[in-house]
Write a protein that binds this ligand. Sequence first.
Ligand code: HEC
Length: 127
Amino acid sequence: MNKHIPSVFAAALLLSPGVHADGDPAAGEDLFKRCQSCHTIDEGGRAKQGPNLFGVYGRTAGTSEGFDRYSDGVASSGIVWDEETLSAWLQGPAQFIAGAKMTFRLNDPQDIADVIAYLKANSPDAE
Ligand code: HEC
């Protein structure tokens, strides 16, 4: 890796489509403990500070049933959650979608890939 590339851009390069790290859903399940203060992921699970995340991979942002506290930014984004959009979101929600209310982020590209693999494993409609 070219040492003149700032690490934030290096991370973005690692996560760009086609060259992202392979995610491990088991490691992602462990990491998801950090999300659980705000999110459930079981089917029909209740909303907490954040929406239930069952089936989030492949779904349009801001459409989890039973959650009525989305920011306008997320609710009107029209984004579909996939590898690319979830990577950007998890690295900095408010940087990715202006006004986003999720005050949590991950920095490590492998952690991000693992969590995405776990979200995907809990999304029956994901390809
Ligand atoms: C401090 C609470 C908090 C934590 C911790 C948190 N989130 Fe969130 N999350 C939120 C909130 C609040 C929203 C809604 C954001 C909005 O509408 O602006 C959200 C939204 C999301 C969304 C978009 C959901 C949708 O229906 O469009 C995803 C995906 C997500 N979070 C994933 C995660 C993951 C994965 C983790 C752990 C790595 C995590 N979050 C940790 C509070 C949190």
